[in-house]
Design a protein around this ligand. Structure first.
Ligand code: ZN
Length: 145
């Protein structure tokens, strides 16, 4: 079990050190920002749509290790998804971080199961996912640059 815990910690550290899809997406047509004032985290998610699906996704933000690693992981999980698919993935992620339930097979998302023991950090872990679903619900806008 401790091997698995180490593996999960390694996943979170890796996403912190080498965040995926970080930085503003210049051609984004939808975006949304979330704040978690109790911890000082913030996150803006940018989307470029491909029809009903997320074509490209990126995030910008700052905050604690959990919030930044979760944002990075979220971009890898939601790319290519529709709004209903993204909401389903977010639902599964929320279930993992609130109950500590781990999927049967290894998935990077399970690295966040340990968060359930620290209820104050659940908002950190879900911040970017909230922002992504919010962004998906926005009308298309003209890219700002
Ligand atoms: Zn935080």
């Amino acid at each position: 079990m401790s091997d698995l815990t180490d593996l999960y910690q390694a996943v979170i550290l890796d996403h912190n050190k080498r965040p995926r899809n970080r930085g503003k997406l210049p051609q984004a047509t939808r975006w949304a920002t979330g704040d978690n004032p109790t911890c000082g985290d913030n996150c803006t998610v940018y989307l470029e749509m491909d029809g009903e699906r997320i074509g490209e996704i990126s995030f910008e933000g700052s905050g604690c290790a959990i919030s930044q690693a979760s944002a990075s992981l979220m971009t890898t999980q939601l790319k290519g998804k529709t709004l209903s698919e993204a909401e389903e993935s977010f639902g599964e992620f929320k279930d993992i971080v609130t109950t500590g339930r781990e999927p049967e097979e290894f998935n990077e998302v399970a690295a966040f199961a340990g968060v359930h023991a620290f209820p104050a950090r659940i908002k950190c872990a879900t911040l970017a996912w909230h922002a992504a679903v919010d962004a998906l619900k926005q009308p298309d806008q003209i890219p700002t640059n």
